[in-house]
Structures are given as C-alpha cells and as structure tokens.
Ligand binder design. Structure first.
Ligand SMILES: [Zn+2]
Length: 255
C-alpha cells in the first residue's frame, strides 16, 4: 500500500463523486450532463469555484445556498465521500490492476442508481442497458469470466422478471419494474451469478427489514413501493467487497 496513491485516489474519487452528483440530478430530468455549468438548483445562480469543492464546499456553506438560503441535500456530500471510499477500498482490494478500473466503474454506477431510485423511483436505461453490455464484455477477459457473467446476466434478469410477473398476476399491481430487472442483469454481468444471487438475497432481506420497520412506525402501508433498486445497489456494493467471504462462510455450514 502506497500512501501517496491512496491520497491521489481519494482526491480523484471526490472529483468523480462530484460528477456522479451531476448525473444523479440531471439524468432523471433528461438534462445535459455538460451544459450549463453547476448552478444553485433553486435560484439558478452559477456556483463559485469554492462552492464546487467536493464535501468541503457543502460543509463551508452548512448545506444552504449562499444567496437564496435554499437547502442543499446532504446526499451530495455523502455521494462524494462514498465515491472517494470506493476508490480507496477498490485499490486496497485489487491493487492497481485492470479489475480495479472495472469494479470502480461498476460501483460508481451503483451509487448513481442508489440515489436516483431513492429519490425518483426510476432506474434510467442510460445506465442499466450499457451496464449489461459493458459488464459482459469486461468479463470476457477479467473475473468472473464470460460464462459466470452470462449466467448471471440471464438468471438475474430472468428471476426478477418472473417474480414481477407472478406478483402482477396475483395482486394485479406492479411490484417490480423493468428497471429492477435490467439492473440485476447488469449486476450479474459484472459480478457473475453467485454474487448476483447474494446481491438479491441481501437486497430482499434489507428491503424487508426496512419495509417492516416503516410499517411498524406507520410510515408505510402494505402497498407502499420501496425503491428496490436502492437496496440492490447497496447489496451489490457489499457483494463486490465481501461477497466471496460471505459465500464461503455460508457454504461452510453445509460441509
Ligand atoms: Zn440559491
């Protein structure tokens, strides 16, 4: 481990996180990612250079616009800090290898989907569809290998599609969207089928816990739609970091 590399990757991660925030804000609104420059989304005033500094800009402003006092969501500095953490954790796990670049790219996509689904209940095709293709192409030359990737892609999409169909036939309402189907296919394409299944289990478990907690707190009814893509993203990040250890620990019970 090299302290200078860690420092550089953390700074680079903060800058990339700042770009991810632009994606999170503008993709669901179908706005251009490059134009106009960063501005307050409430009063439209262009941001000064120091307000654009990741995390520290938000802290210096104490989460409010300098002129119109509109609140700036804490999701922005959190995404920036998480992206920096992804870059550093990826380096500690994979070293400076091609797989580091692929896994960091995957984690960045998961962060964007996490935030967009949480806020807008959508998972943009602009991320999931290229993600399915890219995940498979990278896997031809890198882990998990093309076969595990292909099975993960087909099974991931297939399982959620089947669950969604069954739910629709039984209850007459849509429980899962096609966005979730494409997202799990993307996760399978990048991580391979065992970690895709683990992601699905982790996401379903976390989603059930949060759903039950919300119902107990009377903040949600039995039909409240939870952002399943948000749980899938969190599950995929856990699976990418510690999935093989979790699977080894779980399988040890059956030996
Ligand atoms: Zn403002």
């Amino acid at each position: 481990m090299n302290a200078l590399v860690v420092l550089f990757l953390a700074a680079f991660g903060l800058a990339v996180g700042s770009f991810l925030n632009v994606c999170i804000y503008r993709l669901p609104r179908r706005e251009s990612l490059s134009f106009p420059a960063s501005h307050c989304t409430s009063c439209q005033r262009p941001l000064d250079w120091f307000e654009n500094i990741p995390v520290f800009g938000w802290l210096a402003l104490r989460g409010r616009c300098r002129t119109c006092r509109a609140e700036i969501s804490p999701i922005y500095p959190v995404v920036e800090a998480m992206t920096a953490a992804v870059f550093v954790a990826g380096y500690l796990i994979y070293g400076l290898t091609p797989l580091l670049a692929v896994r960091v790219l995957f984690a960045c996509a998961m962060l964007v989907l996490f935030a967009i689904d949480l806020r807008h209940r959508i998972l943009p095709n602009a991320i999931t569809l290229p993600g399915v293709v890219a995940g498979f192409l990278f896997s031809i030359v890198l882990p998990p290998g093309w076969l595990s990737s292909l099975i993960g892609l087909l099974a991931g999409g297939g399982i959620l599609f089947a669950i969604g169909e069954a739910y629709f036939r039984l209850r007459g309402v849509e429980g899962l969207g096609m966005g979730d189907v494409k997202m799990l296919a993307m996760i399978g394409a990048f991580l391979g089928w065992p970690l895709m299944l683990l992601t699905l289990v982790l996401a379903s478990f976390a989603g059930s816990c949060v759903g039950i907690a919300l119902m107990l707190a009377r903040r949600a009814g039995a039909r409240t739609k939870l952002p399943f893509g948000t749980f899938l993203a969190a599950g995929a990040l856990v699976a990418a970091v510690a999935g093989n250890e979790i699977l080894a620990w779980y399988l040890a019970f059956y030996e």
